[in-house]
Design a protein around this ligand. Sequence first.
Ligand SMILES: Cc1cc2nc3c(=O)[nH]c(=O)nc-3n(C[C@H](O)[C@H](O)[C@H](O)COP(=O)(O)O)c2cc1C
Length: 182
Amino acid sequence: MSEATHKDISWTDAVELASPHPYVLVTTVSDEGVPNVIGIGWFTITSWKPPMVCISVAPPRHSYGNIEAVGEYVINFPPPDMARAAWKCGTTTGAKVDKFADNGLEPVQSTRVRPPAIAGSIMAWECQVVSKMDTGDHRLYIAKIVATRGDPARTAHLYSIHYRELVAVDREAGSVTQVEYK
Ligand SMILES: Cc1cc2nc3c(=O)[nH]c(=O)nc-3n(C[C@H](O)[C@H](O)[C@H](O)COP(=O)(O)O)c2cc1C
């Protein structure tokens, strides 16, 4: 066995080194019907069949109260030209501002859940929470995806570099090494 080239690094450095990480805008709604948007980096698909996903949300977030109350959320994939608004959604709170109005975002009716989707997003995944789990300082919301709507022609997505900046990655334009697997 060869000698280790790794060295011990801090958890902060480890998370940063895992960048870029896909960045999405998650829409929620309060029981009274007031919508909100939060920038989320901690999400992943958890099952192919049935389609399942999860997001990790910290209790101080305004969005946390909405998800607890309504049990639904929509994962919106923002295009590069939505970057400035998308960043604001990850750095301001719906407890104090209307992130739709302030950032030129337009809510559009979802098909199967109460929270709206965001007009102009690449895709919107409509989700219903089926299970939750506290994992430390965040709560994991595991959800069934009940509708997937989008625009297959648009391929550029936003990724975050740690918690500093957003970059656009386009699978059509990048340098790609094709691998074959059987
Ligand atoms: C790149 C990036 C990724 C983020 N990912 C998460 C996340 O996965 N979970 C979370 O609870 N907050 C995350 N945040 C922080 C929230 O988006 C931020 O606290 C936001 O202001 C909360 O909005 P709200 O209070 O309206 O819900 C992230 C912020 C940035 C900039």
